[in-house]
Design a protein. Structure first.
Length: 514
């Protein structure tokens, strides 16, 4: 196996195995490798496997420098502070010397595909942060990779570190501690379903799952209109211009924004999302442009806005139609000059961001009524993608349903749809679009222990969640009866309802009260 040697004044002092998890080096007593060298920072360096080799990440530098790991050469002494050094070498006499590291780095590449994510917040304000192949530092300080607006969190609270098997959470000696599933930890290996609490902020560890037959996280597109939309999106992704995504709530506008980012030239940069309708009006300016310390009551420290966070990448502004008129003017100026000014600041900062906006509202109508600036509309609508509602792309219902059932399988177990259950889904108008479909299937899957979801399971979930769907389509009932050669008892068993109920519904529909 490969090891890390710590040298003092040129002589080997300590040895540590390499491969499975990152090694933190520094003067802090909780580091994996503790140094007494005064020139070494409290938390100085991370040594970890990455991309088939071993790299060093300097922790004491700015975030931009931390994102540039340096390779740790084999059999070369690297200075560490004034008297110490470190050297990566192979343990003499160990069988298959590189096998352990090779297996570890191969496993790490699996982790690096973004299988685990953090979900912060709830509802429309929720955002997802992927845990990739580099550590993610969390805290209130603006130089963290994930900055929290949370007074109960420490400036540098904790760090998420990729390992060969999963992701390890390391508390950075925070004031209030870091909790995993309610238990305070110094370090812990994380798995999907774990809940991490930092200050008053709660983060859910989730596993990203792609549709088995799809490539990556590409939105599902089977219907002709969906395929045409995907073709436009892939073509627009290569362009640097602002894009506007229009469509009803729940149609998947965020997934389309992710595709524009992932398939574009800024894919290596950050993708930052903000729901303009989910932020209080008094805070939206600070969320967009950031603020300086003391800029307003409660501004205890400086904070970057989403434009700065997205520098070099893509900013997704959802529900742009909810933006107040005063901020529409400021946003227009940012798009014209490429410069932002934090609240309370005197100087402007230049940012390089591709803006992608989305809304379910009729922006053209708002422009005509004077509710949205016409010049801003033409700035953000250089490229337009119109996402059709689910009722206009019925061919997408089956693959979307399989995808959503696959998502919940980790919680409720494997589920599949009977053909008549799928017909029941197709008969619904889906005013809530794909989001409503996900909720119905989650409820149906949770309500039964059976692997196969029947018509009755889906119909019951629709009745509970969608009152307008309480009356099933009569033609659907007749079709099931016809499939069973007029046998009401057999049809009722498939539909999951009493035979008398089925008979009464069909009689009422035909106007026969006998």
């Amino acid at each position: 196996m490969q090891i890390l040697e710590i040298h003092k004044r040129g002589e080997p002092l300590l040895r540590f195995p390499l491969g499975e998890a990152p090694l933190e080096i520094g003067r802090h007593h909780r580091c994996d490798v503790v140094s007494d060298d005064a020139d070494v920072a409290e938390r100085h360096l991370l040594v970890m496997a990455r991309g088939g080799t071993v790299v060093m990440l300097p922790l004491a530098l700015a975030a931009a420098e931390r994102a540039r790991p340096r390779p740790l050469p084999l059999d070369q002494l690297i200075p560490l502070g004034r008297d110490h050094g470190l050297r990566r070498c192979e343990q003499t006499g160990a069988p298959d010397v590189a096998a352990t590291l090779e297996r570890a780095t191969e496993s790490l590449e699996h982790v690096a595909t973004g299988k685990l994510s953090l979900l912060l917040g709830r509802g429309s304000e929720a955002r997802r942060v992927a845990l990739r192949d580099l550590p993610l530092s969390v805290g209130r300080a603006p130089d963290n990779d994930l900055v929290l607006v949370d007074r109960a969190a420490s400036a540098r609270h904790c760090r998420f570190e990729p390992t060969s098997r999963s992701v390890r959470l390391r508390d950075l000696d925070s004031r209030n501690g870091t909790l995993v599933n309610g238990v305070r930890v110094a370090s812990a290996e994380l798995h999907a379903g774990d809940v991490v609490r930092v200050g008053r902020s709660e983060m859910h560890v989730t596993r990203e799952r792609a549709e088995p037959a799809s490539s990556g996280a590409r939105p599902i597109a089977v219907a002709t209109v969906s395929r045409a939309l995907m073709a436009d999106a892939e073509r627009y992704a290569a362009l640097p211009w602002p894009a506007l995504i229009l469509g009803e709530s729940g149609v998947g506008k965020e997934g389309l924004a992710e595709l524009l980012h992932r398939e574009g030239p800024r894919a290596s940069g950050p993708l930052v999302a903000l729901n303009a309708g989910g932020v209080p009006r008094e805070l939206i300016e600070s969320e967009l442009f950031g603020h300086e310390r003391g800029a307003f009551t409660g501004a205890a420290g400086a904070r970057r806005g989403v434009f700065e966070q997205a520098d070099g990448g893509t900013l997704f502004l959802d529900e742009i139609g909810e933006l107040p008129a005063a901020l529409q003017t400021r946003l227009l100026r940012v798009l014209e000059t490429g410069e932002i000014r934090r609240v309370g600041a005197e100087e402007e900062r230049r940012v390089e961001v591709r803006l992608v906006c989305a809304t379910h509202r009729d922006l053209r109508g708002m422009v005509e009524r004077g509710e949205f600036r016409q010049d801003l509309f033409f700035r953000i609508a250089r490229l337009i993608l119109m996402v059709p509602p689910l009722r206009q792309r019925a061919e997408d219902i089956a693959p979307l349903a399989r995808h959503f059932l696959h998502e919940v399988s980790e919680v409720v177990g494997p589920r599949e749809l009977a053909e008549d259950a799928l017909e029941r889904l197709r008969a619904h108008s889906w005013p809530g679009n794909a989001r409503e479909l996900r909720n119905v299937l989650s409820a149906a899957a949770a309500a039964t222990s059976a692997r196969r979801l029947e018509w009755g399971d889906v119909d019951q979930a629709l009745r509970q969640l969608c009152p307008a769907a309480a009356s099933c389509d009569t033609e659907q009932l007749r079709r099931v009866v016809a499939q069973h050669q007029g046998n009401y008892a057999a049809a009722a068993r498939v539909l999951g309802m009493p035979r008398t109920t089925l008979r009464d519904r069909l009689r009422q529909a035909s106007g026969d009260g006998s």
